[in-house]
Design a binder for this molecule. Structure first.
Ligand code: GUN
Ligand code: ZN
Length: 441
């Protein structure tokens, strides 16, 4: 497509004065201005991007005539990125089960069968996207179901809202009940057709989506790996090493693979832009392998707590140099709110802690749900941050959203204290506004 002529530019320049949070590209450290200015305007293609971000006093004179909306004392921060979520499980949240496998069998699979109906799927997709916006999430890597129409429903809804959004048809051709089980050959034909229809259209991206190794035949995984090689810019998403019964089952089904993670590697599914949810019961060789491959873990702490799966080992992941980011994993996860997820991650970090001091700082937690998650997706410099050139997806947060938050944040003497107050006490009430591609949602 030709770049737009300047007269076609869609996004007028606009500036916001507020507290302003973003992250240093190289170090991931938070950058903060108590009195900041965020300037949004069109890039050469007419897309709304960040043109400048920094201290109000340093920037304001460079933008004469640009309308400035004064949002003080609110905090502008990058839109949250949810690295792993299931839109069809919106209504599965809170389904109790002894563990992952009975939860899938008794609640999740029967519910997902309903997504054969495209009208039902579209209704859930719209509700789901409303819920993401209410919680300040502007990009998500989401599972659909095994029904191609569930993918079309989600892409159509996300496209209408101008979202940067990634989803894919679930592949599950065995050990799955009627209603969700797909056919090996047809599932691969459908996946390729969906890639060709949607990948790279507007802000949308496709993810090849084997549910997890136990519900795919070797033939289906081989086909998925072939598609991943043929379309190197598509994402891959799956689950790995979440639950001990699941790990044992994978070992029985794939006795020739070195480990559960090794199954995905054996079929060409471990590479950059491959996101594996959970990654709890990995060994050192697995973690080093993930790091070398450039694949990333979607750390899903509320899900792991709810399903009793275990705890992500942050120290081992860091020692191996693995990439990771935060995810809600709704409906195993219990909340759409990034604040709930960050708080759960803080608790999980404490669990495996052997070094003195904080397990995870508030800046690290926030980074994992914004710029860090974007980096895991290969979208650093695109979303999850507010450096010049990033797409204009951001949230406006109210540090006084509840009486207790107002008391607590009034006493915050540092950025860490302000962010910790929001992480511990915040939820959807904090999110004043969610801006996608420069437009309020
Ligand atoms: N493993 C395979 N499918 C799923 C799922 O839907 N949720 C979670 N948490 N784990 C899975
Ligand atoms: Zn999941």
């Amino acid at each position: 497509m030709l770049p737009r002529a300047p007269s076609d530019k869609l996004a007028p320049m606009k500036a916001y004065r507020a507290r302003l949070l973003r992250f240093d590209d190289a170090s991931g450290q938070p950058l903060y201005d108590d009195d900041g200015l965020l300037v949004i305007g069109p890039d050469a293609q007419g897309r709304a991007v960040v043109r400048a971000a920094g201290a109000h006093a340093a920037l304001i004179d460079r933008y004469p005539g640009v309308a400035v909306e004064d949002l003080r004392p609110f905090l502008i921060a990058p839109g949250f990125v949810d690295l792993h979520i299931h839109y069809p499980q919106t209504d599965v949240i809170g389904a109790p089960a002894a563990g992952l496998l009975p939860w899938l069998e008794n609640y999740t699979f029967p519910h997902e069968a309903r997504f054969a109906d495209p009208v039902y799927a579209r209704g859930v997709a719209e509700f789901f996207l409303d819920e993401l916006a209410r919680n300040g999430v502007t990009t998500a890597l989401t599972f659909a179901t095994s029904h191609p129409s569930s993918v079309n429903a989600m892409f159509e809804a996300a496209q209408a809202r101008g979202l940067r959004f990634i989803t894919g048809k679930v592949l599950q051709d065995r050990h799955s009940p009627d209603g969700v089980r797909d056919d090996t050959e047809q599932s691969l034909i459908d996946t390729e057709a969906l890639i060709q229809r949607w990948h790279g259209v507007d802000r949308l991206g496709y993810a090849i989506t084997p549910r997890f190794a136990p519900t795919s035949t070797p033939a289906q995984l081989r086909g998925a790996g072939e598609l991943a090689a043929k379309y190197p810019s598509v994402w891959i998403q799956s689950h790995v090493a979440e639950n001990l019964d699941e790990v044992r089952w994978a070992a029985e089904l794939f006795p020739d693979s070195r480990s559960y993670l090794g199954v995905y590697d054996d079929f060409g599914l471990l590479r950059e832009c491959a996101i594996y949810a959970h990654c709890i019961h990995l060994d050192r060789a697995d973690r080093e392998h993930m790091a070398r491959a450039g694949a990333a873990a979607a750390v899903s702490p509320t899900s792991n707590q709810f399903l009793g799966s275990g705890f992500f080992d942050y120290q081992a992941a860091d020692a191996a140099g693995m990439r990771y980011g935060l995810a809600s994993d709704v409906g195993g996860g219990t909340s759409f709110s990034p604040f709930r997820t960050m708080l759960a991650a803080y608790v999980v970090g404490r669990e495996g802690q052997t070094k003195p001091g904080l397990s995870l700082t508030p800046g690290q937690l926030w980074w994992q749900h914004t710029a860090g998650a974007a980096r895991a997706l290969g979208l650093d410099g695109v979303v999850g941050n507010l450096l010049p050139g990033c797409e204009a997806d951001f949230v406006v947060l109210d540090p006084q959203a509840t009486p207790l938050l107002a008391r607590k944040t009034a006493q915050a003497d540092s950025l860490d204290e302000l962010l910790f107050a929001l992480i511990v006490l915040g939820d959807d009430r904090v999110v004043q506004r969610t801006v996608v591609a420069g437009q309020s949602r």
